[in-house]
Design a protein around this ligand. Structure first.
Ligand SMILES: Cc1cc2nc3c(=O)[nH]c(=O)nc-3n(C[C@H](O)[C@H](O)[C@H](O)COP(=O)(O)OP(=O)(O)OC[C@H]3O[C@@H](n4cnc5c(N)ncnc54)[C@H](O)[C@@H]3O)c2cc1C
Ligand code: SF4
Length: 460
């Protein structure tokens, strides 16, 4: 019998989706999910689980999908992950579970991510209650930041009976899930808000518009407000720039600002009055997921949109799927190209970006071939907006307002594997500790810290 090939999920037509903000990938039907689940051979020593940073019981949930018991599959996933619809959509599965799947050695791996998304979406639409909390143990814990690290930490603590309050600086919870990753990859109301609502059903309180370090300090939370421990999951939201001439011109923005306007503040939606500028041609500098999100957003807002990246296509750090989708949508990739200056008009607006061509030399310490300038290769790309997507680092506010909280030279909070910091009772995890990483690594760190906080409070 011929082997069942991996079941493809439907996608919006590239030409249509390049003009709207609706979701690109459309997920599985139940029939497709059951068929794809039937490909999993239920390994005794599942390599997929070892590579999952939160150890979701993958073969177990997939065999329940195969049997058509989706509610039970949702409960199995919920033991380890509170954000299945999010993770199914945005995790780099090709490097984790699917990258390790035994079927991938000689053929195509099981579509673990699309199956996880299917289960999460089905459970939400069918009101399946997947988690319950223990009775309150009377201990209060504060969580700073409502990104995946804070949400995962809060979920595990609430399940153990802690009274958890999340303090979030922005007016909506979710961290990057809310302000960074665009609607066309991760729907905000339908998916992000709904998965966060499960947390509030566990009794977790979320206080938005509270900037810890300004509105209240960590010291105050512990000394005056009775929190026994604090988890810092404040992310890495401070954008980096190139420090080249012309970066102060009007029409140079960070990807974070551009995406926050579009996502959190709905600038793409005519019923909101948030301003967002693209002009006719946008250059996004960078090659990671953030660059892909920014360039695809700019294209949807009607501008001719380019990626400018100093290495080659093989070195692009973004997920392959995102690069593929961007190309389908008409994004132009200017590879081996590095900006040296941004040129502006006499009124102070961007007119062009001056670049040099690069070639790849010997591999550097990271194993990647380091780019070198091709002499005399300077040229200008006319453009109306330059978006810098060069990475981010943690905002220094919390470290600078908390005594004895150690950080490293990159501004990341120093924490051990359990999340314990240099300050007793204060734990940290996610991008605030590692620098910009992934949703699932942040969730893993949040979960480890929750276990460590439980042990810490029990030993007080
Ligand atoms: C545009 C973009 C696309 C990405 N795409 C992917 C992807 O496809 N797949 C993937 O796995 N990862 C992706 N990532 C990375 C991923 O989103 C992050 O690694 C992850 O969100 C980190 O989680 P976190 O909880 O540590 O921090 P965050 O998600 O950054 O959340 C931190 C929260 O803390 C709040 N905060 C900060 N300071 C304070 C303070 N002083 N007081 C109160 N609150 C505060 C912030 O407002 C924020 O809400 C992407 C990142 C970006 C920016
Ligand atoms: S490694 Fe692949 S085939 Fe084996 S249990 Fe995991 S998903 Fe199924």
């Amino acid at each position: 019998m011929a082997k069942q090939p991996r079941v493809a999920q439907a996608e919006q037509d590239p030409k249509v989706r390049a003009t709207n903000f609706e979701e690109v990938s459309l997920g599985y039907t139940i029939e497709q999910a059951m068929l794809e689940a039937s490909r999993c051979i239920n390994c005794k020593n599942p390599r997929c689980v070892v590579q999952c940073p939160v150890s979701v019981k993958i073969p177990e949930f997939i065999s329940l999908v195969k049997a058509g018991d989706i509610a039970a599959a949702a409960k199995v996933i919920a033991e380890d992950s509170s954000l299945p619809s999010v993770c199914g959509r945005v995790c780099p599965q090709e490097e984790q579970c699917e990258g390790a799947c035994i079927l991938g050695i000689k053929g195509e791996s099981v579509a673990v991510g699309i199956l996880e998304r299917f289960v999460g979406d089905w459970a939400r639409k069918n009101n399946v209650n997947t988690v319950s909390a223990m009775p309150s143990n009377g201990n209060k814990v504060a969580v700073v930041g409502s990104g995946p690290a804070g949400l995962a930490c809060a979920t595990d603590l609430a399940k153990l009976g802690y009274e958890v309050t999340i303090f979030e600086a922005l007016h909506k919870p979710g961290g990057v899930l809310q302000y960074g990753i665009p609607e066309f990859r991760l729907p905000k109301d339908e998916v992000v808000a709904a998965e966060i609502a499960n947390l509030t059903k566990l009794g977790v309180k979320i206080e938005c518009d509270v900037v810890v370090g300004r509105t209240v300090t960590i010291q105050d939370l512990m000394d005056k407000e009775g929190y026994k421990a604090v988890f810092i999951g404040s992310g890495a939201g401070l954008p980096k720039f190139m420090n080249i001439g012309g970066e102060n011109l009007n029409g140079v923005v960070s990807a974070n600002e551009f995406l926050t306007r579009a996502n959190l503040m709905h600038a793409y939606d005519d019923s909101y009055d948030t301003p967002i500028y693209t002009g006719s041609k946008v250059v996004v500098v960078g090659g990671g997921n953030v660059a892909m999100d920014a360039v695809r957003t700019a294209q949807r807002l009607g501008a001719e949109s380019h990626i400018v990246y100093r290495r080659g296509e093989a070195e692009l750090p973004a997920r392959k799927e995102e690069i593929h989708h961007a190309k389908q949508e008409g994004i132009q990739f200017d590879m081996l190209t590095n900006p040296v200056e941004i040129l502006g008009s006499s009124e102070g607006w961007v007119e062009a970006i001056r670049c040099v061509k690069m070639e790849l030399g010997e591999p550097d310490a990271s194993g990647r071939r380091s780019p070198q300038v091709v002499k005399g290769s300077e040229f200008d790309i006319e453009c109306s907006l330059v978006i810098m997507a060069l990475g981010t680092s943690p905002n220094p506010l919390i470290v600078s307002t908390t005594d004895n909280l150690e950080s490293n030279k990159w501004g990341c909070i120093v924490a051990d594997d359990s999340g314990a910091t240099s300050r007793s009772g204060v734990f940290a995890g996610g991008d605030a500790v590692t620098g910009a990483a992934t949703v699932i690594l942040a969730m893993g760190a949040g979960r480890s810290a929750a276990a460590a906080i439980d042990t810490y409070i029990k030993n007080l």
